[in-house]
Design a binder for this molecule. Structure first.
Ligand code: SF4
Length: 405
């Protein structure tokens, strides 16, 4: 089981487009810079972006477009009506496009639901569980709770029959109470869940990362949540487990694609048209070796010109070195494919490194749990029903491509 060889021709699988950097709330763990900046991506930038992507010949047959990196619903519905129509008019017949929002859900309305339904937009809502967990970090700019309005948005999606998933950032406190989180999801009819762990980013210091044995605590949480969810029902998809199953149990020659380590596989574009690639979180960061990580501007530069960027060459070289070290040193490589460059850089100071606290939590722990469950099923211990090891079906959401926010 190996990693796909570096593509000779780039292949764009995901575009993360920033309609605006602005966010209507101020979560304490947010890594996004410029969240008070009300700039909006212009129609010309939308057109230039997708004209170049589709004309490049680099576009994957199924392109996911994630509108993110600010709160996407603070721009008007009309922005997306125009943008989606522009993209549809430019789209080659042999490419399918799937739009996706990651939102705090507070601004959802029937008008938004009409748009979601019309364009079959995947939607993920960020909520950190019941009120006492959610309001640890997810607060308005003046420090008030976001819980009621986010939950109202989720209930509206349910009432309108619109599929969605939630992303819950686990804190050192919610990690201790998987049954409370499960009870909340079941009570609200939330069936597809994704967990992120609270990371230390910018000025925010993660209580989880600062605590003793975060890996062991996360393992305990995920094991308990998975077992409870299977036993009690109501949860269809746990991203941390279900998206991993086809990566673990797959034909030997099948390749794992890690789009964060391939240049252009993720094209990350801010509202001014500035372009970065690899991990989406790099857009907006700065670094002595790579500057602002930008490889060009989509209005000014062709993708071929960006491909010749010295910054891209340096990042590609260093990220590839890290992947090769992972390949040589890590027993999880065939599942992981070399990790998240942004975490290698921010945690270890270099793309050329291997293990991070992030990969231990997101790759190693879930893989160990799946293999542990598989072994128990093999030995007839029945701790996990065999059907739990089949990939779960999922609603038409987009959690597999959900950014780690
Ligand atoms: S789990 Fe970590 S060390 Fe292993 S391949 Fe992935 S990034 Fe590299």
């Amino acid at each position: 089981m190996g990693l796909r060889e570096p593509a000779v021709t780039p292949r764009i699988s995901v575009v993360v487009a920033q309609p605006t950097p602005f966010c209507n709330i101020a979560c304490s763990y947010c890594y996004l810079p410029g969240r008070s900046d009300r700039s909006v991506m212009s129609p010309d930038t939308v057109r230039a972006l997708f004209a170049r992507v589709f004309a490049s010949g680099w576009c994957a047959p199924e392109l996911t477009i994630i509108w993110h990196a600010g709160e996407p619903l603070v721009v008007p519905v009309e922005f997306y009506e125009q943008a989606f129509a522009t993209i549809e008019a430019l789209r080659p017949a042999d490419v399918t496009v799937r739009h996706s929002f990651q939102t705090n859900g507070m601004l959802l309305s029937e008008r938004w639901c009409s748009l979601l339904r019309q364009w079959q937009v995947g939607i993920g809502v960020s909520i950190d569980g019941p009120r006492r967990f959610n309001d640890e970090h997810r607060l308005t700019r003046d420090g008030r709770s976001t819980f009621d309005r986010t939950l109202a948005g989720i209930r509206l999606l349910k009432a309108q029959g619109i599929p969605f998933h939630v992303i819950t950032v686990l804190s050192e406190h919610s990690l201790l109470e998987p049954e409370v989180l499960l009870g909340f999801y079941r009570a609200e009819g939330i069936e597809d869940v994704c967990f992120n762990v609270e990371e230390s980013e910018g000025a925010h210091v993660s209580g989880l990362f600062a605590s003793a044995d975060p890996q062991g605590r996360y393992r305990q949480f995920l094991r308990s949540f998975w077992r409870l969810a299977r036993r009690e029902g109501g949860i269809r998809f746990i991203r941390e487990i279900d998206s991993l199953l086809p990566r673990i149990f797959r034909p030997g020659e099948d390749e794992v694609q890690n789009i964060q380590v391939e240049p252009f596989a993720m094209l990350n574009v801010d509202c001014h048209g500035n372009v970065a690639t690899f991990s989406p979180e790099l857009l907006g960061l700065k670094n002595d070796a790579y500057g602002d990580f930008l490889i060009g501007n989509i209005v000014r530069d062709s993708l071929e010109e960006m491909r010749a960027s010295p910054v891209l060459a340096a990042m590609t070289r260093d990220i590839a070195a890290g992947v090769e070290r992972c390949r040589a040193e890590c027993g999880y490589f065939s599942v992981c494919g070399g990790g998240a460059p942004v975490n290698k850089l921010t945690e270890n100071g270099t793309f050329g490194s291997t293990r991070t606290a992030f990969c231990a939590l997101t790759q190693m722990v879930p893989t160990d749990l799946v293999l542990e469950a598989f072994e128990q099923v093999q030995r007839g211990l029945e701790a996990v029903p065999p059907e739990a090891l089949a990939p779960a079906p999922m609603a038409a959401g987009s959690a597999r491509a959900a950014p780690a926010t």
